[in-house]
Design a binder for this molecule. Structure first.
Ligand code: NI
Length: 433
């Protein structure tokens, strides 16, 4: 199916201040095949025309760090310290999870992501076959990894890595290339050195990128220095885990030397301002990292530490946090945070051309209703989006050239059924706990 978006105002995140009006965007076979003004015979070349007069079109958001199925634990345990929250609340419940629970909870995340304009996201969890099924049905673009953790390098741990490799073998580049697979060692503090080295070896052997939580809290850094005599960043560098396909979530507690290492290795850093604030982890030095040339992108983290998957909200939190932490209102301006939420994230997740609107790019786009009160007066739509917009303004979502939501109606997913199923599973899992 070929679709032409007609007469739109277009935001080009990769171009400083980039906005075009009266723009036509054509898509065919999952890719953008036309971007420009009206020309003779243009509308005849497409199966379907969507009139975008008074609407704004832009690339979909890239949520570069998430644990989709953790929507199941949203608002279950709040106002706790990270380690206490993880070890006393989340890990015990996760022990009771089933593939079906993960399937429905993943779908819930996809409902929320699509309604908020996210078209690609990254996941680290388990029962990932269920998440593959969910993403495939939802029409989402997804980068999935099996969460790996273990204190010793024994046989019992190998099964997780084997599952991750099997996930790669079965699903990498599946669903018309929408689904990719990475290796997902959870963190320095949940994996032994022997185990991390195994992951590095498997990554090199099969050419599979890695995603990991890194330097999230002061406690993590303190413990690494005590145990290994160095910061988590230096430790992972020594192990050989840092490279330009490595996606490191958080990087909140990093010093100049850590940042120089991340820059030198070309590591993809994911900033998670909502989660970092809620868990009082601190404020990642995002402006400094960008100055050093690090590709910093944006993620929500799991819904139980945020507690939503709203990338527009995340953009606003990111820019406010940099301003307040640096005493500088010019820090992390609109253009920078828009790039983080789109093109930087798409690059970090390894999709070429994604996050930009150009002929040849994957056709992952959103149409926003920018005719509402919060977008007036009409000075600068990019500022309006970041500082005044809301995810409810996302009207229509296209992924890989297919519509997954149109005028707020989900096309691929049965929202009512998903909400019912997730609630049922949540009640079942939390009984007697
Ligand atoms: Ni996380």
């Amino acid at each position: 199916m070929s679709i032409l978006l007609k007469n739109a105002q277009v935001i080009l995140p990769e171009v400083e201040g980039g906005v075009r009006s009266n723009c036509f965007v054509g898509t065919r076979n999952g890719r953008i095949d036309y971007l420009g003004g009206e020309e003779a015979g243009l509308t005849d070349r497409y199966d379907r025309i969507i009139d975008c007069t008074h609407k704004t079109v832009m690339p979909g958001f890239a949520n570069a760090h998430n644990h989709a199925a953790m929507t199941l634990f949203r608002n279950y345990a709040d106002d706790m310290k990270l380690m206490d929250w993880l070890f006393s609340k989340i890990f015990p419940l996760e022990d009771k999870l089933t593939d079906e629970a993960v399937y429905w909870a993943s779908l819930l995340a996809m409902v929320e992501m699509i309604k908020g304009g996210t078209t690609v996201y990254s996941d680290m969890y388990f029962f990932m076959d269920s998440t593959v099924k969910a993403a495939s049905e939802a029409g989402m673009r997804a980068v999935l990894s099996r969460g790996l953790q273990g204190e010793s390098g024994g046989e019992d741990l190998d099964y997780r890595l084997k599952e991750n490799l099997e996930l790669y073998r079965q699903y990498h580049n599946s669903s018309d290339g929408r689904i990719k697979v990475m290796l997902g060692p959870h963190s320095v503090y949940t994996c032994s050195e022997a185990y991390l080295r195994k992951v590095v070896k498997a990554s090199a052997e099969h050419g599979i990128p890695i995603q990991i939580h890194l330097s999230e809290t002061k406690e993590e850094v303190r413990n690494a220095i005590e145990k290994y005599g160095m910061s988590p960043v230096r430790y992972l560098d020594r192990i050989g885990m840092l490279g330009n396909t490595t996606v490191a979530a958080h990087c909140v507690v990093v010093d100049d030397e850590d940042m120089d290492i991340l820059a030198a290795r070309g590591v993809q850093v994911v900033h998670n301002p909502g989660s970092n604030m809620k868990l009082a982890s601190g404020i990642a030095p995002v402006s400094r990292m960008l100055e050093k040339g690090i590709n910093v992108c944006l993620g929500t983290d799991g819904a139980s530490s945020n507690n939503n998957l709203d990338m527009l909200e995340e953009m606003r939190m990111a820019t406010y946090l940099q301003k307040v932490s640096t005493d500088d209102p010019t820090a992390l301006p609109v253009d920078a945070v828009l790039r983080m939420a789109t093109v930087n994230g798409a690059r970090a997740l390894g999709f070429e051309g994604l996050g930009t609107l150009a002929a040849g790019s994957p056709a992952d786009m959103i149409i926003l209703d920018t005719e509402q009160a919060q977008y007036y007066p009409k000075y600068n739509v990019r500022s309006a989006l970041v500082y005044s917009g809301s995810s409810a303004d996302v009207e229509t979502v296209m992924i890989n050239g297919s519509l997954v939501m149109e005028k707020r109606n989900l096309i691929t997913l049965d929202e009512e059924r998903i909400l019912y199923k997730v609630n049922k599973w949540a009640m079942k899992l939390t009984q007697n706990s």
